[in-house]
Design a protein around this ligand. Sequence first.
Ligand code: IMP
Ligand code: MG
Length: 178
Amino acid sequence: MREDIQEILYNEEQLKERIRELGKEISGDYKDKNLMLIGVLKGSVPFMADLMKEITVPCIMDFMAVSSYGNSTSTSGVVRILKDLDFEIEGKDILLIEDIIDSGVTLRYLVDYLKGRGAASIEIACLLNKSERRRVEINAKYMGFEVPDFFLVGYGLDYAERYRNLPFIGILKEEIYK
Ligand code: IMP
Ligand code: MG
């Protein structure tokens, strides 16, 4: 796997440190709230697992699964819900947890979808932001790192479902997906 990586952008230590800061910020902001973390499967899993351990206020967790990419490296623009929430979100302060915002299509769709269900608030925590590629307007209140427009893998991010288990964020060599 490692030989398919052109360059490491963020190693384990750097990820950990930034996530600790985000956790602190979130813990302050949600002190007297009704926090519910919603992870977007499967890319958010390592980020969510690390982030929730840095959150010091009570919270519950749930997951959604959507698909928009298939086996390609750019979005199809059509979002499909593969797994919906287990819990009701009425009165909850929702924090959507995502690995990366690219075109923004996925999160825009999810936020609009959840808005009609009576949540007290909806915010986004996203590890990576590829703002150069944005096609629709969406902003994350909690953002780990701004990244350049390369195809990235590791720490939850995949190419054709592989590389999610790398402990760092790296640039995938172009020859792998060309
Ligand atoms: P968006 O809808 O275009 O914002 O895409 C969001 C989703 O696309 C993320 O949850 C990722 O699963 C995937 N994605 C976007 N950029 C990358 C990347 O560089 N590497 C791997 N997955 C990506
Ligand atoms: Mg994803």
